[in-house]
Design a protein around this ligand. Sequence first.
Ligand code: TEU
Ligand code: CA
Length: 515
Amino acid sequence: METEELIFYQIYPRSFCDSNGDGIGDIRGIISKMDYLKALGINAVWLSPCFPSPNKDNGYDVSDYCAISPELGTMQDFEQMLAMFHKNGIKLILDFVANHTSTEHEWFQQSRSAKDNPYRNYYIWRKQPPNDWKSLFGGSAWEYDETTGEYYLHSFAKEQADLNYENPSVRKEMQNVIDFWAEKGVDGFRCDVLDMIAKDFIKHKNGNGTRLHEYIRELFGRKKTSRLFTVGECWGSSAKNVALFCAPERRELTAVFNFEHLCLQNDRFSPRKPKLRTVCQRMAKWQKLMQKNGLLPTLFLENHDQPRSVSRFGDDKKYRYESATALGALVLLHRGIPFLYQGEEIGMTNSHHKTIEDFDDIETRNYYFEKKDKMHQDVLLRNVNAGTRDNARRAIAWTEENVATYLPAYSEKERVNVHKDLQAEKSVYGFYQKLIALRRNAACFTRGEYRLIALKNYYRFERRFQGETYQIIVCFAKPCRLPKLKGELVLNNYKTIGSRLKPYQVLVYKKPSGE
Ligand code: TEU
Ligand code: CA
């Protein structure tokens, strides 16, 4: 399968499907939903961390890179799941949490025990904090450890100690992790905050350091890794340096996640609702830039760190179906590699909760307790509900039953659940199936070039390949004049076409050949 034919679905295992009633999603739960995934039409899965973890950051604090978290299942369960994905023509990539380990990892336990321990330089220790770097979860990025009276660096929680990639032993250990899973048949990796593995203390940079590309090539530029699909989470990637990560001759990555189209407010908890037009403008910009460089962009509006896109960019009340399907068209009909996130295919919305006790995410709780004496409680909870990563982590409601998990259930599960959506005349899942079928059956969408036509009251673009052309129109929140359209109507998320485009209406036309 060519890279441009891949259509990813991200699974956050703790919230996807719980098979044994302990309230935690698990691997056997994923196995039980194989037909659901196959019927949707996706052909690749990104599995968020499934390794042993104290779950301070829900698996992104790994305490053993080459094992399966007991709460999620056994290595046999994992191997059965992998075999079933492959039997169903679905590739599986794992989450490679490269930048840091849990402080409960054996390497860190050894490292902290003594200054002359062989593992000491697996991490970054200093007598005093050498700079004022902050943790992305609040507070200083330097934590004092009294065992040896020194400070260690943690870019995220203090329970997530940054690895020291200047140490060749660390790079060798991480190569071994990649090889362990590749030898099991895994098809690749999503690389967590990959651009942070290279620090630069001279240039005061906690990421994108001078040796970054050297480290990435050491990890993924080897003969035995050449078959792997690799996508780096690179927050700092710009159009210029994406080519430095993804140009084939550089033997680094297949693709990167760039977030410019989602970074639309100064911080994740500001309740300002970005405009869908702005998202489309940013996506159009990246389509042109990446096409010019001959590179494939990643296409996504959600993941396990993002609020639900239908609440953020659409209308999750009056036009939930229409806006969810419009957003699906943006992810699935552009040029690039689509990444859907669990629940996006049924138009899951943000969840609404009245107390901080209903939230688990460390970044959210740190924000709440830092602000709670400085802001009105109602305003603070409104911000928390809008921006929390827990919006993506409430258990998928397969039916209306209260699916208790490590998090209080999704507040809208009576209104939005899989069972109800699959029965609905206006089924989001049903429209995603059509979008995916169109993408898989018409070479325009995998091989075709992108051309922007209009981006004012609606977004209109074309995909063209070998004389075949499809036009895609996405209306924003306000109805507007219907542009003159020619050719065969292929998709419409409304029953009819009136004299004006309706809110969030999606129209796909196949233009007469040769036009
Ligand atoms: O996320 C990196 C990351 O920067 C996000 O957490 C982001 O900074 C934050 O949510 C913005 O408000 C990756 C993983 O996707 C995330 O789940 C982990 O918490 C983080 O790294 C640490 O591993
Ligand atoms: Ca379970």
